[in-house]
Design a protein around this ligand. Sequence first.
Ligand SMILES: [Zn+2]
Length: 122
Amino acid sequence: MLIVESVGADDFADFVVLLHKRQLELSERIREHDEEARALRAARTEDVADDEHDPEGSTLSLEWARLEAIREAEAGESEAIKHALERIRSGTYGVCEGCGRMIPAGRLTVRPFAAHCVSCAS
Ligand SMILES: [Zn+2]
């Protein structure tokens, strides 16, 4: 099928639900990873106090870097969701911020916080 679906005002309700659901799941994950970061920070502090040449230290550093990357991605998605909800309020949701064309509904279903169409995002 070559039909390009675009998002009309009537479809927004579904995306608002999707966005809120994702936001809820995300805040849960952010809470968990905040906990993890706190525990890891404490473990690293102990580690340095014990022995700075402890080989465990590098494992903890790797773990820390991994966790920081996850938390950064989550913070970014959280911002994107907030931004999408603002765009729903201002009536610009579903419009690509790059080229001004409608973002296909299929893309918004997968990434309801998408602010750009596929070609502008790449
Ligand atoms: Zn675009």
